[in-house]
Design a protein around this ligand. Structure first.
Ligand SMILES: Cc1cc2nc3c(=O)[nH]c(=O)nc-3n(C[C@H](O)[C@H](O)[C@H](O)COP(=O)(O)O)c2cc1C
Length: 404
């Protein structure tokens, strides 16, 4: 789970360091963004050291710094990548900005770009808190279903007593987890996901592979983990950080992937075959590197094991979800695969187009379902698509069970 923690310019900003630590201890990946007022109270270095990440300190990159950013529109990309937005301390100023939709710094702009759960931990002088303007803003924020944690009553840093103290970091961390985990609808399930390409050796230094990056499979594994599932991720060679909490089994070839899947089949209740497994492997791999000559060279290829078809035969009452990456005739191919491999769902994506398929962060897919329906999902990030696939998988299982 990833949290964007926004730090506002209040005295309690020092307590946010404890909050960041409490979240990290609970397995949350934290990205910190500080308002410029917050930087008057705590140095960004504190949060950088605690998170191991660059702290976002402004909406605009420093002169010449744009090239080093992963995205020029960071307030949008960070908002898309985060599962929860936590603001602590939420100053009177930030609450007013959020309530009125102002967007004049990184945090207020990211707030507008963020569509997930928001947790606010207000902290301010008691009169500022009780002021009708702040209370009216609070009502607006509550009406948006944001989770407001605190403030607590007590002696305040300004010397007065009353409501205004930021809640304890542990209490806020717990609230963050409950805000995100409201949908734990995969608790008790074990989801086995395959992801990435396979590599089939040609000789000791060369291999046949494909352009799969593993992003879709990893997004599915992350989404299933966030919804409470145990996840076994059988991954071909990719350059992605494995999601925390998953059992990751690294493989290289289609044969290794088949073995890893069969080894863990017993435990799984949902099987998602998102990997782009090679269809062929070199029949006889030479012991030594093939020398370059000017003569034409032919490779003799044998088909690799059809893992999806084998799972279709062995799945029992497990839900089996296959993937079809096609450059044409997507719907027919997805439905054909659904039947021929005995899948419950086939996710079809048109590859070779911008914004979909391999290498892209977004995807546009159709879902061919065993109920006979075919759904076309709108273009979305691979994370959102992963969420929809899991939603539809759970609905499908209910429909298939009630039809029995
Ligand atoms: C010493 C000091 C302490 C402050 N503490 C708070 C506070 O606890 N809560 C609050 O809402 N504002 C507090 N303020 C005022 C904010 O820093 C100010 O409203 C600022 O514009 C907030 O910016 P931000 O919301 O972008 O972080 C404090 C100001 C000073 C000088």
């Amino acid at each position: 789970m990833r949290a964007l923690v926004g730090v506002g310019g209040g005295i309690a900003a020092y307590k946010t360091a404890e909050l960041v630590r409490a979240l990290a201890e609970r397995g949350v990946e934290v990205q910190v963004a500080m308002t410029s007022a917050a930087q008057q109270f705590v140095q960004p270095l504190t949060f950088a050291a605690l998170t191991g990440r660059r702290v976002i300190t402004s909406l605009f990159p420093a002169a010449g710094g744009a090239e080093t950013l992963s995205s020029a529109v960071e307030h949008v990309s960070v908002a898309q990548e985060s599962d929860v937005l936590v603001v602590a301390p939420a100053t009177a100023d930030l609450m007013a900005k959020f309530a009125h939709g102002l967007a004049d710094d990184f945090l207020s702009t990211a707030y507008l770009a963020f569509t997930g759960p928001v947790v606010l931990a207000p902290s301010m002088n008691n009169n500022m808190w009780l002021h009708p303007a702040t209370q009216a803003n609070l009502e607006v924020l509550r009406s948006r279903r944001h989770l407001i944690v605190g403030p607590d009553e007590g002696l305040l840093a300004c010397g007065t007593a009353g409501p205004g103290r930021m809640s304890q970091p542990d209490v806020i961390a717990q609230a963050v987890l409950s805000a995100v985990n409201l949908r734990r609808d995969l608790e008790g399930e074990t989801v086995l996901v395959t992801a990435g390409p396979t590599q089939e050796p040609v000789d000791p230094v060369r291999f046949l592979s494909n352009r799969s990056t593993g992003k879709m499979g990893y997004a599915l594994a992350e989404a299933a983990l966030a919804r409470g599932a145990d996840v076994i991720l059988v991954s071909g060679p990719v350059h992605l950080t494995p999601p925390r909490g998953a059992l990751v089994v690294g493989v290289r070839t289609a044969a290794e992937m088949r073995q890893a899947v069969l080894d863990h089949l017993e435990r799984a209740t949902i099987l998602i075959k998102a990997a782009a497994v090679a269809d062929y492997h070199v029949a006889k791999v030479p012991e030594h590197k093939v020398k370059k000559t000017s003569a034409r060279l032919s490779l003799e290829l044998d088909p690799t094991p059809d893992i999806l078809a084998e799972l279709g035969r062995k799945k029992g009452d497990r839900l089996l979800i296959g993937f079809a990456a096609e450059t044409e005739g997507l719907q027919q191919e997805a439905r054909r695969k659904l039947k021929s491999k005995n899948c419950d769902m086939v996710v079809g994506n048109l590859v070779g187009r911008e914004g979909a398929g391999f290498e892209s962060d977004t995807n546009e897919v159709i879902l061919a379902l065993a109920t006979g329906e075919t759904l076309a999902l709108p273009p979305a990030s691979k994370r959102d698509v992963a969420g929809r696939i899991l939603d539809e998988a759970l609905k499908l299982r209910l429909a298939l069970h009630s039809a029995q």
